[in-house]
Design a binder for this molecule. Sequence first.
Ligand code: GLU
Length: 473
Amino acid sequence: MTKTRVRFAPSPTGFLHIGGLRTALYNYLFARHTGGDCILRIEDTDQNREVEGAAQNLIDTLHYMGIDFDESPLKPGKHGPYIQSERLDLYHKYANYLLDAGHAYYCFCSSETLQQMREEQQAKGEFVKYDRRCLNLSTAEIENNLAAGIPYVIRLRMPDDRIFAFEDEVRGHVEMNSFQSDDQVLIKSDGFPTYHLAAIIDDHFMKISHVIRGEEWLSSTPKHIWLYECFGWEPPIWVHLPLILNPDRSKLSKRMNDVSVESYLNKGYLKEALLNFVALLGWHPADDRELYSLDELCESFSLERVNKSGAVFDLTKLDWMNRHYLRTLPLEVIAERAASWFQPQDIVDQSRYHKIIAAARERSTLLPDLAEYARMFFASDPISDDNIEIVSSDDSRKVLAWFKEQIKDISAEDAEKILEITKTGIKELGIKGKAFYMPLRIALLGQPHGPDLPTIISILGVEESCRRIEHYL
Ligand code: GLU
């Protein structure tokens, strides 16, 4: 079998969003699983929608997520350039070929004419499409228009009434009538190709074996198949990934901040959780297993197990996965990723910082939760009146004084000793449960919740613990 070659082909119109990440990931996993190549191609032919810096941002985000390409603008292979705006000559050459072969034609209609056409068709309840009024212009008319500098586009002449049938790896046998396809613009009035022309030419010359892309492109596939026929080229294998849906089954919200990968990273989701979560948005493994590292995904992924029906974006599941990775990734990794949420002075003592992360990650969902949890060790938040009342009772004062006396000469790391002290204290003072622990926690942390006493003391140190207790006494 020839080597599989797939491509992720984003348009640089904004941030990478969850759907784009899923497409990139599935292409990557398929290439890795089959020992093929994964290519990154920047589709920047829509100059109006291009956002400055977006291409670099996409590249950076994908790299951060661990999705690396065998060929890309930064790592050119034999089939470059990998940025469409650098391949314009190629598109013009093949547009001219289509014109000469009668598969394409010049269209000089202005946007006002097209708008009027659309409105009339709508008013009559007709299918809205170009009515081909420029299809039969004479050579002389075309030449005159061109000489007069009238703006034009080049359109594909679709067959009139033809069923396009194709096999899709996910959807199985698909049939669509060419009647539903407009005479697609191939070259726009600014001289740039549209996505349809550029992508087909590039997929052919880049030797793409499988086109793995979102379901929104399914309806364009007849046009693409027709272009392959016009050129006499072999089409790739088609793979259309299911839609990603909100829990109410509407299409995943397009509001940038809700769907961009960057916004999830900024909220403190871990890339391991995001990748794992996105992998399962449309692909299901043979068993019920849900937790996968990127390497494990490369090993297990197959197109046969990609679902046809829409995949629901379930934030509760993403949170669950994030909690899992927060607890199980190496402590140093979590500490490093969390650092930007802490005050610089709070992480200077790295050993103490790591102890805090170890305690906090057991109780957090997102990276900033770690910093929020850690506040009790750093902040001197005002203590509520209720808590003041608790520490001020006679029993509380007894516990505090006794405890301070017991710990003042021990090692902060001696968890066993601290547990032994608490047991003895409960017995000797005859004060147990909340009445024993609450005043200690309030004195040490400013509030009655938090980790166990050995952890607290190990983080604060003996001296600081005694100082805080003394403060209340
Ligand atoms: N540039 C297209 C997009 O951003 C790529 C579609 C495809 O993969 O064919 O969606």
